[in-house]
Design a protein around this ligand. Structure first.
Ligand SMILES: [Ca+2]
Length: 163
């Protein structure tokens, strides 16, 4: 940049300037780590999000991932930058929200245009079932995953589990 005595400036740009009138386009966003399907329920605190995004005009420059209790909410995790080569992000949250949790992906293209999209949500229950109702499950160990149940009673070679 050159400044002359009158304060007039001459700026010369050698950077490439992108002309792109459209924001990035998401092909899918899913709760969970699969590129094939979205999950609605899980029994662990390991939260994952899978997505695919493209921008044919100027290219994706930056993506960030947030987690919250409603679409676009960031109360459980503020926007965290993710390498643009990734299609799955994971983290472990410290406690189980009662409500559904939603992941949001925000991507910016080389022209500075941003698109954000949220998943349709995910419910977490560490006991493996919906505990809002009472249920008795009787089966062999191969039928039921007992790891997350309490109050096991062995009756006639079968576990009777009261949740
Ligand atoms: Ca979902």
């Amino acid at each position: 940049m050159a400044v002359n005595g009158a304060g007039l400036r001459t700026v010369s740009h050698s950077e490439q300037i992108y002309i792109d009138l459209t924001p990035p386009e998401f092909e899918y966003v899913y709760d969970g780590d699969s590129s094939d399907f979205d999950i609605q329920f899980q029994t662990s605190l390991n939260i994952s999000m899978a997505w695919s995004v493209k921008d044919p005009e100027s290219g994706i420059q930056e993506c960030s991932w947030a987690i919250g209790l409603s679409p676009m909410d960031t109360s459980l995790q503020d926007y965290t930058q993710i390498a643009i080569t990734e299609n799955v992000a994971s983290t472990v949250i410290s406690s189980t929200p009662y409500d559904r949790i939603f992941s949001t992906m925000r991507c910016t293209n080389a022209a500075g245009r941003t698109a954000s999209i949220s998943t349709d949500g995910l419910k977490i229950s560490l006991v493996g079932v919906d505990t809002s109702f009472s249920e008795t499950v009787v089966g062999s160990t191969s039928d039921v995953n007992f790891a997350s149940f309490t109050g096991l009673n062995l009756e006639d070679g079968q576990y009777k589990v009261t949740v």
